[in-house]
Design a protein around this ligand. Sequence first.
Ligand code: 3PY
Ligand code: MG
Length: 261
Amino acid sequence: MKNTLKKRLEQKQQPIGTFFELGSPGVVEALGRTGLDFIILDNEHGPFEAESTRDFVRAAETANLCALARVREISRPAVLKLLDVGVQGLIVPDVHTVEQVRTLISYAKYAPLGKRGFCPSRKDGWGFDEPAAQSVAEQMAYWNKETLLIPQCETVGALEHIEEIAALEGVDGIFIGPFDLSISMGIPGQFDHKDFRAALERIRNACHQAGKFCIYFTVNPNLAAESFRQGFDGVAYSLDASVLIQAYRDILAQIRQKTND
Ligand code: 3PY
Ligand code: MG
C-alpha cells in the first residue's frame, strides 16, 4: 500500500492525525470516517502489542487511513514486528542520543541504509503483493522509501543533538512530544515558556534545514492551527479516548442546556 501520509507531507497538505489508544478495530474503522489523515497505533502508552496491531492495520487499510505505530522501545523485535505487520511508519519515543537513532536506522531500514532483517510478511502479502515481482534489492529500496522512520524529540538529550539526528540518512522526520520534552526541560506543561518555544523553533529549523518534516503533538485545537501557521508540517491531535469523552461531555451539556431553556 502506498504511503498516503508521506505523499501528503511531500505535497505540503498539512496532514492531521491522532493517537489510537482504545485498542479495537471498530474504533479504527470509525476513525477512518472522520477525515483524519493518519493514526498512530500507540504501542508505547496503549495496552496492545504487535499481534493486535496487525488487526488495527487491517482495519485502517479498509478505511483508507494511513496507520503508523509508536514502538514500545528501541529494540530489534519491537521495530521489526510492527513494520512486518504493515504499519507505514514508526514513531520512536524516549530517544536521548544520536547513537540510539543510528541503532534504530539499522533495525528499521534495509541495507545499504541499515540492517533490517528481510522476511516476506504481512506488509507485502507474504511475497505476493506489490512489489513482489521485483528483485530483493528493489523491494528493499521500495520499503526504505515507503516506510517512515520518525524519532521523537522529547528529551533534552535529543534536543541538544537535534541537528545531527535530523540530518541522519534514514531519519524521515521528527515528532515532538511536548509533554515529555517540557518535563525533561524542567518546565512541565509550560508550552508558552520562552525556552520551550525556542526549543520548538530549533527542532523545526533543524528538520527543515535537513530537508525533513516536523510533526507536532497537541491536545489543544487552537495550538494545532497555530502549529501549522508556525511552519510545522503535520499535527497529531490528542487521543481517540480523550476526544470521545470530550465529545460526549459537550453533547450532554448541550442536551441539558436545551432541556432547561
Ligand atoms: C509527549 O507529549 O511526550 C508525547 O509523547 C505525545 O504522546
Ligand atoms: Mg512522550
